[in-house]
Design a protein around this ligand. Structure first.
Ligand code: ZN
Length: 274
């Protein structure tokens, strides 16, 4: 039978199954093979012996939060206080792309902007939509719930962008506030703590605001380049073009006309900073 690990407490594995929550032990072979089951893992279990028999292949796995099989990440993006930052947004989009997670850009604090201020940001948001990223506003609670139906999702974004208040709006019984505070105070606490998957509506949400580690140095230049999904459709004459110093680079030729300049600038920054 199949289930998903939603919580781990010492050596008890809490599985979400078609007939409710079941607590299992992991078979000894996992330890022998040096495999540790993670929250998020889909597993095959023996209902009589209450043991996990097998872990199904993972779609992805993250270290912070320590979780696997994330389908979607809601990137909570504040327009003011903290100010809108394409730098952070692009970083989070890269992490999603590389880890095979579908990003959703979720906009908060639109009401703090004047019409003129919002009109400046509007074309930028429209650009992200055009290249294929869904953009949703945080007051569209039903729409957001629909978007993560039957999915395992993580809410991420800058501290103060409004992750906790959005999650509390999605489910009044949940309070993720304490997690956000502990994240701001010290990262160490988070690295060892197991996460839990919590049911919200018809989806499952990681109970900690992640990703706490926004470190691009672990990725190769090639991975970062490919994560700028709109660059990939340009056929540069130089094979393996990095779109930096190469001649007749189609990406560079399309900056401003078809490629948002801040996207290209961030790409260069991310590559050079490493
Ligand atoms: Zn190029």
């Amino acid at each position: 039978m199949k289930g998903q690990i939603v919580k781990i407490v010492s050596d008890d594995y809490f599985l979400d199954t078609s007939f409710g929550e079941i607590i299992c032990k992991a078979r000894g072979k996992f330890r022998k093979d040096n495999i540790s089951p993670k929250v998020g893992d889909y597993v095959i279990f023996d209902n009589e012996k209450k043991t996990i028999e097998d872990i199904l292949p993972r779609k992805n796995e993250l270290d912070r939060p320590f979780v696997s099989n994330i389908d979607e990440a809601f990137i909570i993006t504040s327009l003011k206080k903290p100010d809108f930052s394409t730098n952070l947004l692009d970083k989070l989009l890269i992490i999603c792309e590389i880890n095979n997670i579908k990003p959703v850009i979720c906009i908060t604090k639109k009401d703090l902007l004047s019409k003129t201020e919002f009109n400046k940001i509007k074309p930028i948001l429209r650009y992200y939509k055009k290249i294929g990223y869904p953009v949703v506003y945080n007051n569209k609670i039903c729409k957001i719930k629909r978007m993560f139906k039957n999915k395992t999702v993580v809410f991420t974004g800058q501290t103060g962008a409004g992750k906790s208040s959005l999650i509390n709006k999605l489910d009044k019984n949940l309070d993720f506030e304490t997690n956000e505070i502990s994240e701001a105070l010290g990262r160490g606490k988070h690295t060892t703590r197991y996460v839990t998957l919590v049911n919200i509506g018809k989806g499952k949400v990681v109970d900690t605001p992640g990703f706490s580690a926004i470190d691009l140095s672990i990725y190769t230049d090639e991975q970062i380049k490919n994560a700028f999904i709109e660059f990939n459709k340009y056929d540069c004459p130089y094979k393996g073009c990095m779109h930096i110093k190469e001649k007749e680079c189609k990406v560079k030729e399309n900056i401003n006309d078809n490629i948002l300049k801040s996207r290209y600038d961030n790409y260069i920054k991310f590559i050079e900073k490493r």
